[in-house]
Design a protein around this ligand. Structure first.
Ligand SMILES: [Zn+2]
Ligand SMILES: [Zn+2]
Length: 261
């Protein structure tokens, strides 16, 4: 199994990263996609520690919509800023997470849109898939993906929380869908319907650690080992074994992001 999205190079894991990796490996994880905020030098630097502990881990880097405001005066600078981090990371496999977040609105929306566009262009230049974060911004997200021909590189809607029509839209556009611990929450009935409808070859699972710890571990710091709880719920919904789900999602991960070997 692979945790397709986590932030274990962040400060929350600085004190016990080796133990977190050991627990992930003990839980049967073959790899994880570590998200590096391109503007966070400490997080980017800590990827070396992650790689030393877990050589199979891979990474993605980008400017999160929450941080897009840093480039408000010059959105075109976002591309070179991310490119520099890509060049510093031999295990970089994607541009992300990038997108639009109109729920928190921590950056002006126009800036979010422009920084998102710049990073899709970079991903196309580098032939890298994208990791998409979108919240309460469905229309603009799909419009920009289409206008920037993002399907040419493909990618994943990470921590998918939309409804079935949005899932079909993402799938029709050629993207993968990654389910997080939210799928285990009691009220997430619609998301468990989504878990049933995603074709086997488009599905991924993730933790989004340190956020969104799954049932039965809600309320504490999340970590990659807990992706197993996400997989158990998704497998149950789909009527497959956890081992089957692990195999298909691992195949999907490697097809999208490259071999973990
Ligand atoms: Zn996100
Ligand atoms: Zn994330």
């Amino acid at each position: 199994m692979i945790d397709s999205h986590c932030h274990i190079a962040g400060d929350e894991f600085a004190g016990d990263l080796a133990e977190v990796v050991t627990r992930a490996q003990a839980a049967g994880l073959a790899s994880a996609m570590v998200i590096l905020a391109s503007e966070d030098a400490a997080e980017v630097a800590r990827m070396a520690t992650v790689s030393a502990a877990w050589p199979a881990a891979v990474c993605a880097t980008g400017i999160h919509p929450h941080s897009a405001g840093h480039f408000g005066a010059d959105p075109a600078a976002a591309g070179p800023a991310v490119a520099a981090v890509i060049d510093s990371q031999p295990r970089c496999r994607a541009v992300g997470e990038i997108g639009l977040d109109y729920h928190y609105d921590l950056s002006p929306r126009e800036t979010q849109r422009e920084v998102f566009r710049q990073q899709i262009r970079l991903a196309r230049d580098r032939h890298l898939p994208i990791v998409i974060h979108t919240r309460e911004a469905e229309g603009d997200t799909f419009a920009i993906l289409a206008e920037e021909a993002a399907h040419e590189v493909g990618g994943v809607f990470h921590c998918f929380t939309g409804d079935r029509p949005m899932a079909r839209r993402a799938l029709d556009a050629g993207f993968h869908i990654s389910l997080s611990g939210i799928a285990t929450f009691p009220r997430a009935l619609e998301l468990r319907e989504v878990a049933r409808l995603v074709p086997a070859d488009r599905l991924l699972v993730e933790t989004d650690s340190p956020f969104l710890s799954p049932v039965p571990l809600r309320g504490s710091r999340n970590e990659p080992a807990r992706v197993v709880h996400v997989a158990e719920v998704v497998a149950r919904e789909r009527g497959v074994t956890v081992a089957e789900l692990a195999a298909t999602t691992t195949t999907n991960f490697e097809r999208l992001f490259g071999s973990i070997g």
